[in-house]
Design a protein around this ligand. Structure first.
Ligand code: AMP
Length: 359
């Protein structure tokens, strides 16, 4: 096992070669680390800025061995990394952060809500169902409408459907693939917020100000941060973040999505055990951004300050919106972050901009 703090010159492994991996790799390089990316695609956004790319699926034994041979510590850019891959890396003597508990909770929406409620972080009411009959019974018991989501592997609003009538529950269960689901009560929210937080190997914590988020068709469009909130709401969010970090004995950055209800109560929607799209504003709004913070945490370095020094509007560039780069480059208040993806498919996250205003 690696000795912490990991000195510059060490190699850090990242599972996943997308934009989050790319921005993690850039932050790691700035701190003097080499990065090895494990990714199925030989020409990935992260691989193109990393010292090494190991090409293969996350479950490939030879690829995991190759990663373990170069990397002192491994992290990941998305939460659907198979638990077996993490265990295999650990068996090869490589530490993986965030740890397997965080992954297990984030991979299963039922385990996630159970963990949150057990740790004093409130969520909507929910039930689990594994058969069409259970889905109907749960909808009847909870009262429609309910939001049916696959327990595993949903993202950006995929794998979820509203059930307006109990009679529709069996059909929607089948349309979602006949896999285990969670049924959620509707959250009557006035805003969607998120909080990005970090915990170091020494247990120290660092929490960023809240972001206010706007989605379109289930995909994040825009975040504004620091969000305008009362001190009481900020306190509530920080308490939730602390409970998540401590409850998971967490190491790294976590993104926590929140619903703000009409009465000012916050409910947790979900937790992402990684850097998060709603934390991109920190790149141009905070002293140390979420990417460097994550690298600091997994490398056992002290966490950095999270103070905001600007108000930021983060806009995702989806599909061919990225073609506006030349015009965006003329705006003095706009910081451009492009992911180097070759193919601007409709809706694909190609980059983002941070529009910066003084506080
Ligand atoms: P998720 O994939 O769980 O992050 O959900 C995607 C989006 O669906 C959220 O950002 C919300 O806008 C909406 N949503 C998710 N769960 C609920 C819920 N229980 N009630 C109302 N809206 C929800």
């Amino acid at each position: 096992m690696a000795q912490f703090p990991l000195p510059p010159g060490s190699t850090l492994g990242i599972l996943g070669g997308g934009q989050l991996g790319r921005m993690l790799a850039l932050a790691a390089a700035r701190l003097g680390f080499d990065v090895a990316v494990l990714e199925r695609d030989a020409d990935s956004p992260a691989g193109r800025v990393a010292a090494h790319t190991i090409v293969g699926p996350y479950t490939d034994d030879a690829a995991l061995r190759a990663l373990a041979a170069v990397a002192s510590v491994v992290t990941y850019e998305f939460e659907n990394v198979p638990a077996a891959s993490v265990l295999a890396l650990k068996a090869l003597g490589v530490d993986v952060a965030p740890g397997p508990e965080a992954l297990a909770v984030a991979q299963d929406r039922v385990a996630e809500k159970q963990f949150l409620n057990a740790n004093g972080a409130p969520t909507v009411a929910f039930s689990a169902a594994s058969t069409p009959e259970e889905a109907v019974a749960a909808t009847l018991a909870m009262g429609a409408p309910v939001l049916m989501k696959t327990r595993r592997e949903g993202y950006d609003g995929k794998g979820q459907r509203w059930v307006e009538h109990p009679a529709d529950a069996a059909r929607i269960f089948a349309e979602l693939g006949g896999v285990p689901v969670i049924l959620e009560a509707p959250a009557d929210f006035v805003r969607e917020l998120s909080i990005i937080a970090a915990r170091g190997r020494d247990g120290a914590t660092a929490i960023y100000p809240l972001a206010e988020n706007h989605h379109e068709n289930g995909v994040l469009r825009r975040s504004v941060a620091p969000a305008t909130v009362t001190p009481a709401l900020a306190d509530q969010a920080e308490r939730i973040a602390m409970r998540v970090l401590q409850g998971l004995d967490y190491v790294g950055v976590v993104g926590i999505e929140l619903f703000e209800l009409r009465d000012g109560q916050l409910l947790v929607n979900e937790i992402a055990p990684r850097v998060h799209n709603t934390g991109h504003w920190t790149q141009d709004g905070c002293e140390v951004d979420q990417f460097e913070q994550h690298i600091r945490a997994v490398a056992g370095w002290p966490l950095g300050p999270t103070e905001p020094h600007a108000r930021v509007e983060m806009l995702n560039l989806l599909g061919d919106e990225v073609d506006a780069w030349a015009k965006l480059a003329q705006e003095p208040e706009t910081r451009i972050h492009l992911y180097g993806k070759r193919d601007a498919k409709p809706g694909r996250k190609m980059g983002h901009v941070n529009r910066v205003k003084s506080l």
